[in-house]
Design a binder for this molecule. Structure first.
Ligand SMILES: [Zn+2]
Length: 228
């Protein structure tokens, strides 16, 4: 395996017996790998990568810290917030623990001897607060566009779903993880769940409504589910 640098991004290049060029970003590590057929020329590789540069930049950024397992809540570590990664800075204080987002840094003010679990809890609480601050306006906007009322919404930690909708109770639940995604992606999930207030099933009517409200919803969904 060799590697090359493209705009300061390291890309591993593997030559093997295959038909097409394949570009992969590994969510857990953020590593980028390009697999190419054995006889592909350097020139071909360069031009291929150049054509994909925007995509690589976008996705290599949103990837590194999506895997919760590798996070230790230490200074210097990157954490996601609204679709971007920000460095974490741990500051020991006495008194009330808190989180502050300033100058593109997430500050965690913690007491001496705080554990990974406590830091995580503190950050999760903050994430929830941020999502709680965004949702009322977003939901109200779509209520007025769609002429429908959401009776109740909640934020939940869910393993497999971005959101759920209880049609009879007109209640939607949204995954707390969405605070790590872009506002556009969060909005897509909100609209998706709200369209369920009109249509229970993922049928043609459902998708027609999605297209009516968010013409580019397919693209957004693709981005949302690409890297989890
Ligand atoms: Zn659905």
């Amino acid at each position: 395996m060799s590697h090359l640098m493209l705009d300061e991004i390291r890309i591993d290049v593997v030559r093997k017996k295959m038909k097409n060029i394949r570009l992969t970003i590994y969510p857990s590590t953020g590593k980028i790998r390009l697999s190419v057929p054995k006889r592909t020329s350097e020139k071909m590789i360069q031009s291929f990568l150049k054509s994909k540069l925007d995509w690589i930049k976008k996705h290599s950024q949103s990837v590194v810290n999506q895997n919760n397992k590798v996070l230790n809540f230490e200074t210097g570590e990157n954490h996601s917030f609204l679709g971007k990664n920000y460095p974490l800075e741990i500051i020991e204080i006495q008194g009330r623990e808190k989180v502050k987002f300033e100058d593109n840094i997430i500050y965690l003010f913690v007491n001496e001897g705080s554990t990974i679990e406590l830091r995580q809890k503190l950050l999760v609480k903050w994430y929830r607060k941020q999502l709680e601050a965004i949702l009322p306006e977003m939901i109200a906007y779509w209520e007025s566009v769609m002429h429908v009322k959401v009776e109740e919404w909640r934020i939940k930690s869910m393993k497999t779903k971005w959101g759920t909708c209880n049609i009879t109770k007109k209640r939607i639940w949204l995954n707390l993880e969405l605070i790590k995604k872009t506002k556009e992606q969060l909005e897509y999930v909100v609209v998706h769940e709200m369209v369920h207030l009109f249509e229970k099933y993922h049928n043609k009517r459902f998708y027609d409504l999605m297209t009516l409200y968010l013409p580019n919803w397919k693209e957004i969904r693709k981005q949302l589910n690409q890297i989890v």
